[in-house]
Design a protein around this ligand. Sequence first.
Ligand code: HEM
Ligand code: HEM
Length: 236
Amino acid sequence: MQTKSFTQSTTRIWDLPTRLFHLGFACCVTGAIVTAKLGNTWMDWHVRLGISALALLVFRITWGFIGTRYARFSQFVRGPLTVWQYIKTISKPSLKKAGHNPLGALSVLAMLAIIGAQAITGLFANDDILTQGPFAQFVSDSTSSLMTGLHQFNEKLVYITVGLHLIAVLIYSLKGENLIRPMVHGDVATHTLAPNTLPAMDSLGMRLIAIAIALPLAIAAWWLMQLAANAGSSFN
Ligand code: HEM
Ligand code: HEM
């Protein structure tokens, strides 16, 4: 979708499903951390937000295979050599290649893997008081304790990867490259992109496909929340 305005033409890079994923994921992960720190009855919300983050993550992984051009893993996952070459030329002015840059792609993959591990270990975790993940009841106490330990250890990795992500976005902004606006509106000024950059097909058809993926995931998330509610005594 190439759009013209009075001042400048723009190219659609981030499709709506990817942008909504990002918004929802950032809110759920932040909410899960805050509610875990508040503890007590807030743990009910921790479980709900953690499960929602997991559902969003499964959506994003699926979208990484069948989504629009720049959302696809095949478009942005690069080998170490490409990452190294990108780092060497990072300060040289050049027209931007659309989508995640090779270094940003690494941070995206790290966040998906580490937050994914956080959510999966959470499913089996318990706090020995009121709250437990939906699958904790199906495993032995020692397995649940192990998962709880991993959940607590991995927490630091979540802070490191999300912290680096926010610092990187800030550094790019200070250098004059606003990455936040495209992640909100979807578009990048065409004159800043390499010539003949193709737009993402952010069409109604693709959005309907995204809804078709999201619906069963929402049902699965709801089911997991019910399972956790019935297992943990902090739920009413
Ligand atoms: C985005 C994903 C998640 C994040 C960032 C997250 C983060 C956290 C944090 C920071 C804690 C406190 C650990 C501590 O005491 O130091 C915690 C505890 C806990 N989380 Fe999660 N969590 C996530 C997903 C989940 C999920 C999906 C579940 C279950 C459905 C879950 C269940 C629990 C439980 C039962 C505890 C208490 C364990 C304990 O006593 O330490 N979490 N989580
Ligand atoms: C817990 C909070 C956050 C998490 C877990 C998170 C996670 C992610 C993930 C997974 C992506 C990849 C998007 C995709 O391809 O689907 C991404 C991209 C991005 N995020 Fe976040 N994010 C968080 C908060 C924020 C905040 C607060 C901002 C800015 C205000 C931000 C700005 C961006 C931008 C600009 C991109 C695109 C980077 C690029 O152009 O390569 N994020 N984030």
